[in-house]
Write a protein that binds this ligand. Structure first.
Ligand SMILES: [Zn+2]
Length: 173
């Protein structure tokens, strides 16, 4: 009987300790919940910031590689710099935009949220936009307002992509 008494006592003590811990926890449940939420948001912001930095590095590297292979196909391009890649968090319908006269490309940050769209962004949209720049550097303004003229289409095919001006990715606003 002796050991079980000790057990009982220790269980009682344990209970008391639980009460000491649990009571303030339940009393302050909402405070703790909201502080937790605040920390979660803060950390997710920090992680997203790091992600954006990594994403920017990946984009710069990919863009340089695409530009290199375009320069091999069209040696005249070597005189021009690879366009700068910028992320834009406000784009949601347009996945990418090429500002040919200023030599930079904007890509919609939101499109990188899903792995499937990320692949499309890197393998289709990024070369698509860079080829707009190459087309402009090599042949000047396109005969088509949208920029998807004959020369753009030719470079797209040379690069190994379908000269399709539209993407099929869908994202929430
Ligand atoms: Zn286009």
């Amino acid at each position: 009987m002796f050991p079980s008494k000790i057990e009982n006592k220790s269980i009682q003590k344990l209970r008391q300790n639980y009460i000491i811990i649990l009571e303030p926890v339940s009393r302050n449940f909402y405070n703790i919940f909201f502080v937790g939420l605040l920390f979660f948001r803060l950390f997710s912001c920090i992680i997203w910031d790091m992600d954006k930095k990594t994403l920017q590095q990946i984009l710069n590297r990919e863009a340089a590689m695409i530009w290199d292979s375009l320069c091999e196909m069209h040696p005249r391009l070597a005189k021009f710099d690879c366009p700068q890649i910028r992320l834009n968090g406000r784009l949601w319908r347009t996945a990418g935009k090429c500002y040919q006269e200023d030599n930079f490309i904007e890509l919609g940050t939101k499109f990188f949220a899903s792995p499937k769209n990320r692949d499309t962004m890197l393998n289709v949209i990024l070369p698509h936009e860079i080829i707009h720049q190459a087309d402009f550097d090599l042949f000047g303004l396109s005969e088509k307002n949208c920029g998807h003229g004959v020369q753009w289409q030719k470079i797209m095919i040379q690069y190994g992509l379908e000269p399709n001006p539209h993407h099929t990715m869908e994202i929430k606003r």
